[in-house]
Design a protein around this ligand. Structure first.
Ligand code: CP
Length: 304
C-alpha cells in the first residue's frame, strides 16, 4: 500500500504522471466524474485549513466518491486522549483513504504505520506539505510550460513554512534550477535543508534579506506568510510579520514573464493591488490544487 507522507516518496516519473493525469482531468472532467463511486475519503484535520481540506473534499466529490471527517481536533476523540495510531485504525474501517493534517511533525508518518488504508500528509507542523507542492508543480508546469531551467525566489518565513521545505526538495530534482532564498535572518531555511538538499546536490542558491535585489533575475517568486502559529514568542512574530510586502512598485524590475505564487492564506505579504497583475498566479494555483489532488487520490487508490 502506498502513502504520501513526503514529496520525496514520489519519483520524478510518478510526479510527471500525476501532472499528466491532472492535465487530462482539466481537459475532460466528465471522463472522471464517476470513477470513484462508492469510495470514501476521510479528512482528519487536527489543525485549521480552508484550501487543503475543501480541495480534497471537492476532488473526491468530483470523482463520484463521498467524504467524511472532522475539521478540528476538539470535535474528535483526540480531545479525550485518543492516539493518532488508534484514530486511523478506526477511521480506516469507515473510509478507503485518509487525508490528515496535524500540528505535530511526523504524525502522518506514524499514522501510515498503523492505517489499513492510504494516508496522505495534508501538512504536519512546520515540516512538510507534499500536496501543496504537487499543486505548486502543476502550477509551474502550466504557467511556465515546464519544470526545468528556472530561477526561483522564495520569500518570507522559510524556517517554519512547510510548503517551502517540500518545494525546495521537489524542485531540486529538476534540471538547471537556482534558488534565491529571501528572508530575515531569524526565518532562514533550516540547516538540514541547506546541507542535505542544496549543498549535497550542488544546487546554486543565494540567501539574502532583500526582496528587491534579485527581483530582475527571477522566473518565479514564491511568497509565503509568516507562520504565527509556530512562534513561541508573540512579540517576535509582531516584529517579523511585515518583513516583506509585495506591491506593484516592487515589481517594476521583475520579468514580464515572472510568475508570482503563494500557497495562501495571505495575510499582508502581497498587496491586493498585485492581484490584477497577469503574473499573479495564486488563485489559479488554488484551482490546480483540486485537480492534482484528484490525480493523487486516483493513484493511491490504484485507479490509474
Ligand atoms: N495552502 C494551504 O495549506 O492552505 P490551508 O491552510 O487553507 O489548507
Amino acid at each position: 500500500m502506498k502513502h504520501l507522507i513526503d514529496i520525496m516518496d514520489l519519483s520524478v516519473a510518478e510526479i510527471d504522471e500525476l501532472i499528466e493525469t491532472a492535465l487530462d482531468i482539466i481537459k475532460d472532467p466528465e471522463k472522471y466524474q464517476d470513477v470513484l463511486r462508492h469510495k470514501k475519503l476521510a479528512t482528519l484535520f487536527f489543525e485549521p485549513s480552508t484550501r487543503t481540506r475543501l480541495s480534497f473534499e471537492s476532488a473526491m466529490l468530483s470523482l463520484g466518491g463521498s467524504v467524511l471527517g472532522f475539521s478540528e481536533a476538539q470535535s474528535s476523540s483526540a480531545a479525550k486522549g485518543e492516539s493518532v495510531a488508534d484514530t486511523v485504525r478506526v477511521v480506516g474501517c469507515y473510509a478507503d483513504i485518509i487525508a490528515m493534517r496535524h500540528p505535530k511533525e511526523g504524525a502522518p508518518l506514524v499514522a501510515s504505520m498503523f492505517s489499513p488504508v492510504p494516508i496522505i500528509n495534508a501538512g504536519d507542523g512546520g515540516h512538510n506539505h507534499p500536496t501543496q507542492t504537487l499543486t505548486d508543480l502543476l502550477t509551474i508546469r502550466r504557467e511556465k510550460g515546464g519544470l526545468d531551467n528556472l530561477t526561483i525566489g522564495i520569500c518570507g518565513d522559510l524556517k517554519y513554512g512547510r510548503t517551502v521545505h517540500s518545494l525546495i526538495n521537489a524542485m531540486s530534482r529538476y534540471r538547471n534550477i537556482r534558488f534565491v532564498l529571501i528572508s530575515p535572518d531569524e526565518l532562514k531555511v533550516p540547516d538540514y535543508i541547506i546541507n542535505d538538499v542544496l549543498k549535497k546536490k550542488n544546487i546554486p542558491f543565494k540567501e539574502t534579506a532583500s526582496l528587491e535585489d534579485s527581483m530582475e533575475d527571477l522566473d518565479i517568486l514564491y511568497m509565503t506568510r509568516v507562520q504565527r502559529e509556530r512562534f513561541f514568542d508573540e512579540s517576535e512574530y509582531m516584529r517579523l510579520k511585515d518583513s516583506y510586502i509585495l506591491t506593484p512598485e516592487k515589481l517594476i524590475n521583475a520579468k514580464k514573464t515572472m510568475s508570482i505564487l503563494h500557497p495562501l492564506p495571505r495575510v499582508n505579504e502581497i498587496s491586493v493591488a498585485v492581484d490584477n497583475d497577469e503574473r499573479a498566479c495564486y488563485f489559479r494555483q488554488v484551482l490546480n490544487g483540486k485537480f492534482i489532488r484528484m490525480a493523487l487520490i486516483l493513484k493511491l487508490l490504484e485507479v490509474i
